[in-house]
Design a protein around this ligand. Sequence first.
Ligand code: ADP
Ligand code: MG
Length: 686
Amino acid sequence: MPSAASSAGAGWAGVGPQLAGRLAKLDIRGDRDLALHLPLRYEDETRLVAIADAPEGLPVQVEGVVEACEVRLRPRRQLVARVADASGGLTVRLLHFHPSQAKQLEPGGRLRLFGEIRAGFFGAEMVHPRMRPVAEGESLPEALTPIYPTTAGLAQSALKKLIGRALAHLPEEDLLPEVQAEPCGLPTFSAALRFLHAPPPGTPLAELEARSHPAWQRIKFEELLVQQLSLRRAHAARRAKNAPRLVGDGSLTGPLRASLPFSLTGAQERAVGEIAGELAAPHPMQRLLQGDVGSGKTIVAALAMLQAAEAGWQAALMAPTEILAEQHYLKLAAWLTPLGIDVVWLSGSQKKKARAEMVARLESGTAHLAVGTHALITEQVAFPRLGLAVVDEQHRFGVRQRVALRDKGAEGSAPHLLMMSATPIPRTLAMSYYADLDVSVLDELPPGRSPVVTKLVADSRRDEVVARLRDACMAGQQAYWVCPLIEESETLELQTALDTHAALAAALPELRVGLVHGRLKAAEKTATMAAFAAGEIHLLVATTVIEVGVDVPNASLMVIEHAERFGLAQLHQLRGRVGRGAAASACILLYAGPLSENGRGRLKAIFEHTDGFAIAREDLRLRGPGEFVGARQSGVPLLRYADLEADADLIDAARTLAERLLREDPARATAVIERWQGGRETLLRA
Ligand code: ADP
Ligand code: MG
């Protein structure tokens, strides 16, 4: 196989440094990448249409002779020509043009024009068609014309030539003969690529564009297969490491269960069982605990951490915001301190002395459990016996941070890793992007939750909403008021929160109105949250700092201002802050028009669905996996061609074949990965 990966700017056979630099912008670093650089769409230049028969508004190719051409100066400078064939004529209009184009349009010249015909003032007209001078009777291309994604300074024609050369070098050998066989019956890899770069005339454009053609299926299948293979490999590599066996004896988990005012749901029991089994094994667990907002992930994590303590190891729980980390700390300390477990708290805003004391307790091994923010992964913090690392709201952290926590493990052994997420992941996404993790799902909410009623209210009816808040709070309920998200400016967002707080406090003198935002000192935040939890504050005005994890069961009303600005997952998270107690709860989404199509789609989805998985599916549909995968993106190559929704069947098939290849033919698995990824390193480490 011709040379593969070479670094940007270095060039490779027949490609100079400047061209190589441009290709690198398209992530093309060798012949292999060129062959896999597939067209965005196609144009059909294999057929000519008589001008008189050409349909309006569809791309067509016509051929004719220039009859007249002039530069007009009114209403603006433009070139207007008349081109005719035996059936009729049309006007060609160029609103800006080069001298070379004027030359092509000199009367008497024969041209092929590709473009859309529109009805102009003087009859049929093409504005800026693609023009090519031809001789009479010149043959037509034998394939559809591919249109490639490209970059500045790299013409379609140049790219096409390079790709053609790369295809000529493509080995015929197919690594996946099983895909050709029935029932798949898909073409070989090289045949599929050759086809897609130059589909023969008559290939239905719709099948190409929808990527449902067998050639597309073949390429997408292999892309998904490569993703499965590399993720499963990463999983196996991590699995091969040593980890402490955390065999519990129930001496701590038993008493904790006995002290709880509730019993675990079936889903929680199942997750606890899956986790307990893996913790007792000598290889690091890599598990994602997925459960909708309020499904009770914390207690599952607490039981896992106690199992570590029973086995004489330490555990750490990291959360993305100070408010959430502190809530976890308070809850865990309340649950576990009575059992003789020493829980330490670490945060960035902590006083030096307090922190030093916590770090010392961890280092000496007297503390079993640490709860905190990113502060946990700073250099000063050492865990002599870290057996289990738990990351809450894992999608808020980057790969690097998760790795940093894992690397706190003792020499020669990796801690078990439990990641938690309240953003439900649609099945197809879980099967593809998360194929390197084992997943436990909490698909059941604890009993006694009251469903949250969602209302969409136009911003113009804000006064009514405020009046309703007053009545509810006077009747003993508590409420959140979430301030608008202002992505462009944190300062502006803060100012808006201050203004909203002042306005609501003035409008509701009979209520105690509190405020939390990201810029408050930790102690102020804590005091406010505690006062709200204790019922001393009726109405809590907040920025999205309350988005994750906050758990105040008495709060039953939430107003979200400018709800159209929030993402779907965010709205779902926010709404999950209410409906945690027995009282009937409501979430009022205030919106301001005009709504973008996407904004309308999000509001509709959040209004119609309460189930996190349904919302996640909508979100995936509206946004695509790129944003969804979020911080994981840095570690996982995104799919270029396959579509998680349309290609769910292919994902299933790819997964089955990946498992078989890894088991029976690892060398072939490596070769398939290699032809897609070349020497490129993938960052699959956490
Ligand atoms: P999340 O999955 O969103 O992190 P939490 O762990 O914060 O959910 O749990 C939400 C609330 O439900 C907490 O107040 C918790 O104590 C309570 N809870 C958890 N499990 C149960 C259960 N099985 N029965 C009743 N309440 C539960
Ligand atoms: Mg939580």
